[in-house]
Design a protein around this ligand. Sequence first.
Ligand SMILES: [Zn+2]
Length: 176
Amino acid sequence: MSRTDGSSRAGVVRSSREYSLVVTQPVDAGGHLFAIDGELTDTPNRYTVQVGHALHVDLPESYGLELILDRFFWRFMNHSCEPTAVVRGREVLALKPLQPWQEITFHYNTTEYQMAEPFDCRCGSSRCEGTIQGFRYLSRSERERLRPWLSAHLLAILDGRVAEPAAAAAEEPLCR
Ligand SMILES: [Zn+2]
């Protein structure tokens, strides 16, 4: 386990060529794990986390692996359809009591409106949603089911306080 700085409650593990993030000490339900720090951008990529309307946290390309392991380990937080953590603003909180070595995961559809790189989830949960491509593609009932975990910018869309973002021009059906 690559332990992060002294005050951190998380560390990165590499197994079978896959990185994951685990807790390094017991954490209570609702406990603060770490913040998602980095550079803000309006363009998502496969590594960014969305923290607001057209607002995503990214890392400069100049950051090396060691720096990311030490300080920006949120990058290694995997998706789960039955997550152990939730993103609130730019803070990551435990959803339940966590013990050392338990993986820290969040549900990508609770932060991402539209994934830059959709993927097929194999988390094994009974509530697995299969293809994870972003909040945009969820039905009303699927959105409601995620309500307790939703980030504020997606909750605002669900509650109609913010209009559903328009589809990208390239995806509009062609007029004939
Ligand atoms: Zn899943």
